[in-house]
Design a protein around this ligand. Structure first.
Ligand SMILES: *Cc1c(COP(=O)(O)O)cnc(C)c1O
Length: 355
């Protein structure tokens, strides 16, 4: 607290990102980063762009990147919005669409940034409980609302909802914006971007941080009806005209163009995820079915906190959430196959410790 602060700061509880330790090197399986490097052409481009030209502002509309994304998804360029990370795109979306009379709806277990944006912007919200199996039940969202948002696949569960179910949701909910956060859709799910042409209230957000190995570059985007995109542009141009720098625009364009490398990395991660799942199952873990680059798992005997702490002592970081319904779980990002073998070896030791 400080006398200089605006009033709203006193009621804010900021988002807490997963640990990014700077002191020792861990095997990092806690923030869903990609274990593989960005594509070579991205790095080359970024090196190229680190030049005298940096004295000039970037293109405020990042047209080159919008065009690359529009071509990739076969949508018009004015259906694409880009920003400095998908967290930023989400923050601008909450401000653009969710300040309504009615509360917005999201699942009780979901990306924990959503309630933070709500407190930042004074947006009312209601949490809709997932089923016992962590499924999103579409009919539970059939109530008056100021908007709906959830990730697909969901976080931190990794559970994927079929696009046909999302279409059902859109049919029953036409009077408020629906945002599907597809941060993890490239690891086995299908994107709902094809539905944006049909449903003018649908906005899809995605990020370069997970499937394109560029968490350090901070690039995210949204696809939706040009009316929604126009709204986002108004807010963006009232906040920061140049959210993407020259290096980010150039690096992200190359990442979109290199489909072959992208497919190879995603397939490797999916394969490693399935290997890890089987190894954990044979060690007495329950695993939530995942279409993401992480597994949400619990042991039949040991608590999430115990597993988290024991792994940390052994130089492996996973994510533990001290929250109702999920205290028994840890979330494990999928690393390289070598990382996951080290992880499984450590788990084997931990569950066989004398009590
Ligand atoms: C990682 C993540 C994001 C944020 O991605 P950035 O582009 O790195 O900000 C958004 N939504 C969900 C569900 C995520 O897990």
């Amino acid at each position: 607290m400080s006398q200089y602060w605006s009033d709203i700061l006193n009621s804010l509880t900021p988002y807490k990102a997963g640990e990014q330790p700077q002191n020792r090197t861990y095997i990092k399986l806690n923030t869903n980063e990609n274990p593989y490097p960005p594509c070579k052409k991205s790095i080359e481009k970024i090196k190229d762009l680190a030049s005298d030209e940096l004295r000039l502002y970037p293109d405020p509309e990042a047209n080159q990147l919008k065009k690359a994304i529009a071509d990739y998804y076969n949508v018009p360029k004015d259906a694409v919005f880009v920003g400095n990370s998908s967290d930023e795109v989400l923050a601008l979306s909450f401000l653009s669409f969710f300040q309504q009379k009615e509360p917005i709806l999201f699942p009780d277990l979901t990306y924990s940034f959503y309630p933070v944006y709500c407190s930042l912007y004074n947006i009312k919200f209601e949490c809709i409980p997932l089923t016992e199996n962590f499924d999103i039940e579409i009919k539970d969202f059939a109530r008056t609302n100021g908007g709906i948002i959830f990730p697909n696949p969901n976080a931190p569960t990794g559970k994927y909802l079929e696009t046909s179910k999302i279409e059902t949701l859109l049919q029953q909910n036409q009077n408020s914006a629906v945002i599907i956060d597809e941060a993890y859709v490239d690891f086995g799910g299908e994107s709902c971007i094809f539905l944006t042409a049909k449903y003018p209230n649908l906005l899809i957000t995605q990020t370069f941080s997970k499937s394109r190995s560029l968490a350090g570059l901070r690039v995210g985007f949204a696809v939706g009806n040009p009316e929604l995109i126009d709204g986002l542009n108004r807010v963006k141009n009232s906040f920061n005209s140049y959210p993407l720098d020259r290096l980010a625009i150039g690096g992200a364009v190359e990442a979109i163009l290199d489909r072959e490398y992208f497919d190879r990395c995603c397939n490797l991660i999916i394969k490693t995820r399935e290997w890890t799942k089987e190894a954990l199952e044979s060690l007495g873990f329950y695993i939530v079915p995942s279409q993401a680059n992480f597994l949400f798992v619990k042991h039949h005997h040991y608590s999430g906190k115990f597993i988290y702490e024991q792994l940390k002592n052994r130089g492996i970081l996973v994510r533990y959430f001290d929250k109702d319904r999920i205290r028994e779980f840890v979330r494990v990002s999928i690393g390289t196959i070598e990382d996951m073998k080290t992880f499984i070896d450590a788990i084997e030791i931990i569950i066989n410790l004398p009590e």
